[in-house]
Write a protein of this length. Sequence first.
Length: 336
Amino acid sequence: MAGQLRPVYEGKFSDRFPELLAAGRLLPSGDTAAGCLTEVFPRPVTPTTVRKFRNTTNPAPGVERVFYGRADDPDVASHLTHGITSRSSPSAASLINPLPKTAFQQMMQDKKEAIYFSNRQGSLGRSHDQSSMLPKGMDIINTTFGIEVIRDVSAGELINPPKTSEEVDKETREGHELYVVSHNDYSAGEAINRKYDSPNFSKSFAYGIKTPHSKDGQGVSKSLNWPCDLQLKKAAKTVSKQSDDFKEKFQPELGKVLDPEAESVNVPPGHAFGTVLCADKSGVGDLLQSWVPWEILHGEDREVAVLTAVRQSLKNANYEHFDMLLEAFRHYDKVG
């Protein structure tokens, strides 16, 4: 193995222990991604012994799955025909628009249909003669049967009559007893009148054992709160010290600054880190103008420059009337 690795990695690595086998996997040299993705033609032919197992597990698209146990059996099923040979049926065009019958064909059709009693009573497409079942001498054209319908109200008024709720309720209560007898139409909570004539029986009697209940919902509360859940709520909640210290250190608390490194640095609360910068003699304007040290403003010149900067900022804030502004300062600043 070591003799095979040396020509591949020759000049790249120094083998300090040639007597030991190299660990890992040997990467073939010279192969590229294009060569790996290029399809090989012609494709290798799968052996017949392997193909019958592949046809059982992974058949080609559109190919029947054949069990490898009968792969070498002769194909007899594909040549067999099962069932009855169906005859050709009439076309849809001939059924939708049949050819007209001749006079002879129509006469033969009527002769065949004449043997049926239904044809003598009423032939197809024609109303049969019912005068044989009516009284003799009756005018079958002008005589009508039934009661004449009088049109008095419309359908809308019949379905939704113009009545008040009191009238509808009164009519419902008046005819309720009839509907109880004919339709078993009982009102909500209405007891069935079984017509017991015993003197010891009353409709107000209640039978059975009284069910204990409470109107304040104690039973429902007990069914919703299981004893194990109540014990968990009443029990003291224990938290490990390690978890409590972690939450106190890394989770922010209301009104307290989050400082994870407070324990590792022993400094007073108001301590500030870093070097305190002392005020320099030169200002921002001196640095922007790149003045040399002897040209930096000092004394009254510096005060005039600061006053000019203040007046410019006030002017930008639309305070252009400095006389009125000075009077306002003197009015509020009594001490001066």
